[in-house]
Write a protein that binds this ligand. Structure first.
Ligand code: URA
Length: 429
């Protein structure tokens, strides 16, 4: 583009004027190819943070970022494709039972997942807790596993939306992460490049989430759905509360175990409900179920027959892990050296009902146990975390276990008892 002057585009956005599709494309192309200095891209991101973007601008940004690298297509697969994206949460292991369950119903799930961000865990870290499971596979193998097994969960490759990787790193250190158009383009550029025909977004709000209010979450959900539909995909979004942890386990291997339990027909009913709520639109929008009732019946059948568990075992095996995990996860997964109960305090004699369990505190607890990263290069201890976390509404008596800490040593577990207890609020009835 001959008449492209980066500072004129930055100034236009700063002053709330429209920026053209061509200008956005040029900006992203130059940034990806190291022909635009980071200070100009950071200034543009800050202008977007304050001025927002029109729908057209967000679509143009998404499209330019998606085209900055490889894009995958699945026309040669024999079944429809669908994926879901979660904005992240504490104990959010939903992708792990969801992908095999949806695949068992006849929809292929090509899922490219991320690592943990801050206190929110990442699906990739959870899968890494399965000995042998390779999250980095060539695209040909990804395709082969999808055809043979029906689902494959892998990590982002360097060639998928490289503009996002660069821009995200810049946003992270320039105070420009919480901007709905920038988050939309970031998430969508990766998801569109991954090529699934149907996308279901799970947008979280609350103490353990990125978006702190339902209003913000709804705005992000709407923006993601508009963007995905604008790019020709079928899409919908669910907005879910992330004030309490999801399920009764938080921590990488412990969450894999809970996921297997769900596929075995055990596991927390409330968590399985979330999995099913996400699976329903993946099936209906893909056309394998005519309506919600048909989708729920199909999902129930695939769970009860063990077909979904079998797909999970085959996915793990195809990625190099031990399929025995589907029968006895404890025999395959790493275990912490020390497991300690956190007892309900004496005050529960008068206030025996758990009023709330703070997701953010539980997330911090697991990070301090070694289950998350303090720096990007930190190694994770996959075995640590918390399980048997009682949910809000449960009645307890003094001394009952509120949760179990899985720690590297008794000392570490004891040091974190007070913090673990502080996640719980109690009420009389
Ligand atoms: N997740 C992403 O991938 N990008 C964002 O900007 C925020 C969350």
């Amino acid at each position: 583009m001959k008449d492209f002057v980066p500072q004129w585009v930055i100034e236009a956005k700063r002053d709330g004027k429209a920026v053209s599709k061509e200008e956005i494309k040029e900006l992203i192309n130059r940034f990806t190819n190291n022909q635009l200095p980071e200070y100009q891209m950071a200034a543009f991101a800050m202008a977007v943070y304050f001025q927002g973007m029109t729908n057209e601008e967000t679509l143009a940004l998404t499209d330019a970022m998606m085209r900055s690298g490889d894009t995958l297509t699945w026309e040669t697969l024999s079944r429809p494709t669908a994926d879901k994206h979660s904005t992240g949460g504490i104990g959010d292991k939903l992708s792990i039972p969801l992908a095999p369950l949806v695949a068992a119903c006849g929809v292929a799930v090509p899922m490219i997942s991320g690592r943990g961000l801050g206190i929110t865990g990442g699906t990739l870290d959870k899968l890494d807790s399965i000995p042998g499971y390779q999250t980095s596979v060539p695209v040909e193998k990804f395709r082969d596993i999808l055809e043979r097994v029906g689902c494959s969960i892998i990590g982002q490759t360097d060639r998928l939306a490289p503009a996002d990787r660069k821009l995200y790193a810049l946003r992270d250190v320039t105070g420009t992460v919480p901007s709905i158009p920038l988050i939309t383009a970031s998430i969508l550029s990766k998801k569109l490049a991954e090529g699934a025909e149907t996308l279901v977004f799970d947008v979280k709000w609350g103490s353990g989430a990125f978006m702190k209010t339902p209003k913000q979450a709804r705005a992000l959900a709407e923006s993601l759905v508009n963007g995905a539909r604008g790019a020709g995909r079928k899409a919908t979004a669910l907005v879910n509360d992330m004030n309490q942890p999801i399920g009764a386990a938080v921590g990488n291997a412990l969450e894999i175990r809970e996921s297997v339990e769900m596929l075995q027909g055990r596991g927390p009913a409330s968590t399985l409900r979330l999995v099913l709520d996400l699976a329903v639109p993946m099936l209906t929008l893909s056309g394998v179920a005519a309506d919600e009732a048909a989708a729920r019946a199909l999902l129930a059948e695939k769970l009860a027959s063990g077909a979904a568990l079998d797909v999970f075992a085959r996915m793990v095996e195809a990625h190099g892990g031990n399929p025995r995990i589907a029968e006895s996860p404890e025999a395959v997964l790493p275990a912490a050296a020390c497991v300690v109960d956190v007892p309900a305090p004496p005050e529960t004699a008068d206030t025996p009902v758990i009023a709330s369990v703070d997701a953010e505190t539980v997330g911090r607890l697991v990070l301090l146990l070694g289950g998350g990263r303090r720096a990007v290069t930190d190694a994770i201890d996959y075995a640590v975390g918390a399980d048997r976390i009682l949910a809000a509404g449960t009645r307890v008596a003094p001394g009952d276990s509120l949760l179990r800490l899985h720690a590297r040593s008794k000392q570490e577990a004891e040091e974190l008892q007070t913090m673990a207890l502080s996640a719980f609020r109690f009420k009389a009835s």
